[in-house]
Design a protein around this ligand. Sequence first.
Ligand code: WT7
Length: 653
Amino acid sequence: MSSDLEALLHETRRFAPPAAFAAAANAQPSIYDEAAADPVAWWRQQARRLTWDVEPTETLSWNRPFATWFADGRLNASVNCVDRHVANGLGDRVAFHWVGEPEDDTRTITYRDLLAMVSQAAHALTDMGVRRGDRVAIYMPMIPEAVVAMLACARIGAAHSVVFGGFAADALSDRIRDADCRVVITADGGYRRGAAAALKPTVDEALADCPGVTGVLVVRRTGQDVAFVEGRDHWWHDLVERQSTEHQPESFPAEQPLYIMYTSGTTARPKGIMHSTGGYLTQVATTHWYAHDLKPETDVCWTSADIGWVTGHSYIVYGPLANGATQVMYEGTPDAGGRDRWWRIVEEYKVTILYTAPTAIRTFMKWGKEFPAAHDLSSLRLLGSVGEPINPEAWIWFYETIGGSRCPVIDTWWQTETGGMMMTPLPGIAAAKPGAAMRAFPGISVDVVDHDGHSVGNGQGGFLVITQPWPAMTRGIWGDPERFAETYWSRFENAYFAGDGAKRDEDGDIWLLGRVDDVMNISGHRISTTEVEHALVGHHSVAEAAVVGASDETTGQAIVAFVTLKQEFAEQSDDELITQLREHIARTISPIAKPRQIVFTPDLPKTRSGKIMRRLLRDVAEHRALGDVTTLTDPNVVNMIGDLMNAHQSDDE
Ligand code: WT7
């Protein structure tokens, strides 16, 4: 935990929900008791938000660590997100105000438009041989077709696996192979940082190692030249747009896999987190309804995440669309066209609910108040944060400068594995403290426990656990059920171990304190230390590498790598090699995994049993006084590394 957070814990301000907001809030105070009285029955009630082809009679079946929810019910996720709204007379409601990165490149997509697009895409995927139970990879920029592609997969019962467009060819290829995808949906490219970036060449490179892929569907977004493989590749505008806009949806069992989302764990291999249809959709719709306090007729929601991460899945696609919300979807970077780009968008579309990440908030803080101040942000009525602990300063800045001290701020804790929000102060009825996710969502049971799994008292720290199954809980790791049990359900006897440290304050409110495992959080992106180490030792010059996440003012954490070079490269420990190694990581994982700093060292600190002492390296990286070094084989190594840190600095981008 950062020391400024520690200091602020003692002078916490409480923010009572604004009275005007509270009166009309979707969640009324009785909700907590109602859900606590019988959480399973409460979720059963929430499942009525969905339109079922066959109403479920079963609710939870729990065979730890595997749960099913609503298992005998049948439904179609795309019907729930699209068709039923059109059938209810809401066809003209805007689903997306889409804003491209280039100025004036916008599209308005109503629910009726969305239905036609999804129907056509579903036909096209069927034409390409995609069948129920298949997997489809989606590697796309933030354009409406990305949402359409996801819903079209759901419509025909194929699980999608969206891979963030920033991932490199190797990372994409690994994910496509692991999930055994049959088809890839992509685009020629997308706009990032004021320029057209290519995507299709990366797909071609990735597919060199993926013989299972028989078809590629390519959206023309930028007009760049792309190579086409005859028989394999198809333009979206050829294949999709000639299809019928009517498509008869099938209904699927509630446990039908909806998607796989890869995320980094503590090993070098990312895990394919699987999600179901009925339970997942119930939780994302319910949490979006109460935590975002959605008023579908009047709200304009903007979740600033990329579709390539779970936040985009749950709070751009499935939650808001199931609830019939109107949203803004923005393609580009926050400073494309000026540092006030976001605030122009808020003003123009009268955004009411803004859900974003602490790293974005800190970036805006750094840029200065004048950019938001130049725009009318009075449409905003609710602000949300997700992805990493939000420092109290950023929370207060968000509340005051963006929300005009008028809007509740919800700090929502959850994970790829949880599928939907698990903790947040409910706006309107629960007090908030800057920096604290406060308490569990209704119907969710969390606890903070010590090493032995015992609940800690107020004023004490420990590990966050989830003690009861929840509807959107991952149904496991693709292809590896054992690993699911091991990773999440073995550390504590009767609980799901989230991997986060937490603290219960004197009032009993819960604060998240960051990961306690070897997972780093860089700008809200989850990156494993082992994955980066693995990439580093994959470079011909590297003998050994240790990677840690060091705290960083803007990105939350930043990657610091300690690298021992092979003998023949030892002389070459210069800036050029640092650049090479950073590029190597960008190419094998993603630019977001590039270390902020690489330190060459002749040795790494190890315990007598040969384990690298990452805790010590983190101390070094954060310039902290070193703790106990008695178990080290050679305590001098650490001091030497400390000196080297200051000698070899590599510039941040
Ligand atoms: C990890 C999950 C949730 C979707 C985006 C990230 C951290 C997330 C918070 C929060 C403190 C948070 C945790 C968690 N995290 N939200 N509000 N306060 N920490 O999903 O990539 O699966 O990462 O992000 O460490 O375990 P993810």
